[in-house]
Design a protein. Structure first.
Length: 268
């Protein structure tokens, strides 16, 4: 959905989840049409299966063809690349993942998410070597990278400077489980919203969804919202940015309702 700045996309993680067949997908919808249905009510989905095993090019092409025009996937990178003890040695795993068929998504390829274990500490030299391994394109398509770092040692200005030097975004994880900071390090914003509650029909209370919508508009316009955790003070406004928001974890059964409620607030 276009705003006065960058595009704002809202979605969930994955599309195969049994409880969604009771509260999101229509009764009787064939399982092989769930992605098609979801892509016409959400504007993005984070593919999680790519984190656990290598997918075939044919799978990426199938997902591309099943989804609505303008829909975008983010793709979680294979865990073997990020779970390495020495990240500088991950080059082969990075290449194998990137060349596994991402280019088949075409203009539906959004950010690539590199998620790290909560035990992975910040080592500037090794982490910088890993960021240098991330390719700028695949099959003629530009690649946008975002890292999901989950150890408290990343909450330092040195990490922010390193990520910015490589033009890599950082996941803002809205949770108490992992370090949560929303300092912008790339040319887009990527947030994983993890506080949905089962007793709330839309996962989040209306006032909370209003606040998320306000943050999304600020990020898209190139500014930075105040009511989010940060490492450094708010910087001056910059260029417009694309924004990707995913309702993930928490009460997952409420994720599609939360996403649709936010989309409505943003004027889809």
């Amino acid at each position: 959905m276009a705003q006065d700045g960058g595009a704002i996309r809202v979605g969930v993680g994955g599309w195969t989840y049994e409880p969604w067949r009771d509260n999101f997908f229509p009764a009787g919808l064939p399982h092989d049409r769930e992605l098609e249905y979801a892509s016409r009510r959400l504007t993005t989905i984070e593919i999680n299966g790519t984190y656990y095993r290598t997918q075939k090019p044919e799978s990426f092409a199938k997902w591309r063809d099943e989804t609505a025009p303008g829909f975008v996937f983010s793709v979680k990178a294979l865990r073997y690349a990020t779970n390495q003890r020495v990240l500088a040695d991950a080059g082969e795993s990075v290449r194998r993942f990137v060349d596994s068929g991402l280019a088949e998504l075409g203009d539906k390829l959004g950010p690539v998410v590199w998620q790290f274990m909560p035990t992975k500490k910040f080592d500037a030299a090794d982490f910088g070597a890993f960021l240098a391994l991330l390719p700028k394109q695949v099959g003629g398509l530009p690649l946008r990278h975002v890292v999901d770092v989950r150890h408290p040692t990343f909450r330092v200005p040195e990490y922010l400077a390193l990520a910015r030097s490589h033009r890599v975004a950082t996941v803002f994880a809205d949770t108490d489980e992992y370090p949560s900071f929303a300092d912008v390090t790339g040319d887009f914003v990527y947030a994983r919203l993890m506080r949905s509650r089962a007793e709330v029909e839309t996962g989040y209370e209306p006032a909370a969804l209003d606040g998320i919508a306000d943050c999304a508009r600020a990020w898209a316009a190139g500014s930075e919202p105040d009511p989010v955790p940060r490492i450094e003070p708010v910087s001056a406004s910059g260029a417009p940015r694309d924004v990707f928001l995913y309702f993930i974890s928490g009460a997952k059964e409420r994720a599609p309702a939360a996403a649709q409620a936010l989309i409505a607030r943003l004027g889809a």
